[in-house]
Unconditional design. Structure first.
Length: 276
């Protein structure tokens, strides 16, 4: 099992440096379980990229459902992420329901149908990143309230989608709600064609404010005030940095890379941890 957890740690280190850095603030005996949970999230998030077509993607999602439901034990033991996840679920007493919700939500990623409303978008982020943060908070403190973690997760999820906007548009994926775009005179085909103008910028600004609203909600509910769950929630401290990058002069959602230097992210995480 040690090698399975080491595989998860390496995967998180390579694919999600922010969460890896935040996990270093967790007690040493809880980091492996966090890495297993994050690796599971990474694996399910990239299914469309690996599967290319909806049907193979649906089959892969079903495989993860079967694993969490106690089936395919032999196959799961041969997959380091699945093996580590099941071990973490058992050892930490994690609820499987939120993880199954995440799998169901990931089915949206497999198809080209655009997100329709802000409510649908929030539900997607709650069931994916919200459930991951709530589960990671449970690993650190089984008695912690899930509500602050869910708000933080939604904020992080919205920000991740904003950062990936150009990449998604190039694949005809649209997470900015159609209703939100329509309010600003933009259609989905405009986005796929690489245009949108001021209307698109206004819609993206509205989505950024949606993310900030969840940061405020998480903070008002003490998301970063509990030392025990802090390492799970800590990445929400990076949300303002990414959103600010999108508000600089000359921002082009189709061409501007939304990056923050690693030293700056490390400093922000350390400062947020020290303040609490």
């Amino acid at each position: 099992m040690r090698k399975a957890y080491e595989h998860c740690e390496q995967l998180v280190h390579e694919a999600d440096k922010d969460r890896f850095l935040a996990s270093l603030f967790a007690p040493a005996d809880r980091r492996a379980a966090l890495h297993a949970l994050y690796a599971f999230d990474i694996e399910t998030a990239r299914i469309r990229t690996l599967a290319h077509q909806p049907l193979p993607g649906e089959l892969r999602l079903q495989w993860w459902r079967d694993v969490l439901n106690g089936e395919r034990a032999e196959e799961a033991s041969a997959n380091p992420v699945a093996a580590a996840l099941l071990d973490a679920v058992a050892a930490q007493g994690l609820r499987r329901g939120p993880l199954l919700e995440l799998i169901d939500a990931r089915a949206f990623d497999l198809y080209d149908a655009p997100m329709q409303t802000s409510e649908e978008l929030e539900s997607y982020c709650k069931r994916t990143s919200g459930n991951v943060l709530a589960s990671s908070a449970c690993i650190l403190d089984p008695h912690a309230s899930a509500e602050p973690a869910v708000h933080a997760g939604i904020a992080i999820g919205l920000t991740a989608l904003l950062r990936a906007f150009a990449w998604h548009a190039s694949r005809r994926q649209l997470y900015v709600p159609v209703a939100m775009l329509a309010r600003h005179g933009v259609q989905a085909e405009d986005v796929y064609a690489g245009r949108g103008g001021p209307g698109l910028l206004a819609a993206l600004a509205e989505m950024r404010e949606q993310a900030r609203g969840h940061v405020r909600a998480a903070d008002s509910r003490g998301a970063l005030s509990s030392p025990a769950v802090l390492p799970a929630i800590l990445p929400v401290a990076l949300v303002p940095l990414y959103l600010e990058r999108m508000e600089r002069p000359g921002y082009d959602p189709f061409r501007t890379a939304i990056e923050v230097p690693q030293w700056r992210r490390q400093w922000a995480l350390w400062r947020a941890a020290r303040r609490r």
